[in-house]
Design a binder for this molecule. Structure first.
Ligand code: SF4
Length: 317
């Protein structure tokens, strides 16, 4: 009885504490959170690619191979040490640049695979028969981008090898300037063969439509007649400090941004959510960097990203 009495007082105390300052999560089991099957780490391993496609953002093709394999391995270890305290598995989405052009890719994959994980490699498959082949034993899924320079035999070989190993395949075909219809035919070709395949509209790094598209390209992308003349659209200003009627407000509530999901850009800079609420934007290659290992109190007016809400646990009442 005495134990029950103590527990009850403790519960009341914690409830008040949560209400007032949200500073204690010792009773987090009384609150509501989504359930996640894994922590997710999206990592653009490098900003280097030998193919130099004209439509590829400079961040993804003009970088060097500046960091040593030991620096990468140290980052993986820090992520493993922290993520596995919260999740039984990590879903690694590894891209680039071109990850196959990172010379120590297999060492990284080997380290990642020492612990329970799902690995998806986002790659062109390269232009040689054996680039992808050499890492197939470490990957569970592959997202292949089909470029106009692609060698169909090599691409077909990659598809065949992935199928033989039950590696999940999805294909993306960029809508490259001057070749919108051809790219769409390619999408249809892979769909007819039974693959999950989608087209990719190209954008600038600042979010505008790729400036290399002609008016005809743009019209084809959006299904308009070739001779359509588009009217310039004046961007509407959205004042994010004014709450809308749709998205929930979690200000001050515990949020696992940075624990459940993170993305690391080709230069090593990390973000922990789309909202940017957790603003410890450090570089993972900085020896002082430590991955977040606990919730923090949401600092944002309104939780506006559906992706954040699907991939990050937020403690609500
Ligand atoms: S707005 Fe950002 S920080 Fe706040 S709850 Fe949503 S994801 Fe977390």
């Amino acid at each position: 009885m005495m134990v029950l009495g103590v527990s009850w007082r403790l519960m009341c105390y914690n409830y008040r504490r949560r209400k007032e300052a949200l500073s204690s999560l010792s009773k987090v089991e009384y609150l509501t959170m989504i359930e996640l099957d894994y922590a997710e780490v999206t990592w653009f391993l490098n900003g280097y690619c030998k193919f130099q496609c004209s439509y590829c953002p400079s961040l993804s093709k003009n970088g060097g191979l500046d960091f040593s394999v030991d620096q990468y391995l140290a980052v993986i270890e820090k992520l493993q040490n922290t993520r596995y305290q919260h999740h039984s598995k990590i879903y690694w989405k590894l891209g680039g640049g071109e990850p196959l052009h990172y010379p120590h890719l297999s060492s990284l994959l080997k380290k990642i695979k020492e612990r329970p994980s799902i690995v998806r490699l986002d790659t062109s498959g390269d232009d040689s028969w054996f680039s992808l082949y050499s890492v197939l034993n470490y990957i569970d899924r592959v997202k292949l981008t089909y470029h106009p320079w692609q060698n169909d035999d090599v691409f077909g070989f990659a598809l065949e090898q992935c199928q033989e190993r039950n590696i999940g395949i999805s294909i993306v075909v960029p809508l490259t300037p001057g070749k919108i219809n051809e790219a769409r035919q390619q999408v249809q070709h892979y769909k007819d063969l039974g693959y999950v395949c989608s087209e990719q509209i190209l954008y600038e790094e600042d979010g505008r439509l790729y400036q290399g598209y002609s008016q005809v390209d743009e019209n084809r992308i959006y299904g308009r007649p070739d001779d359509y003349i588009s009217v310039p659209v004046i961007p509407a200003y959205v004042d994010l400090s004014v709450p809308n009627q749709v998205d929930p407000v979690y200000t001050g509530k515990p949020c696992y941004a940075g624990v459940d999901w993170m993305t690391i850009n080709p230069r090593g800079f990390v973000s922990y959510s789309q909202c940017g609420g957790r603003n410890e934007h450090y570089n993972v290659f900085d020896p002082q960097w430590q991955p977040p290992n606990s919730y923090f109190a949401c600092t944002v007016n309104q939780c506006r990203s559906e992706q954040d809400r699907r991939k990050i646990r937020i403690v609500t009442e």
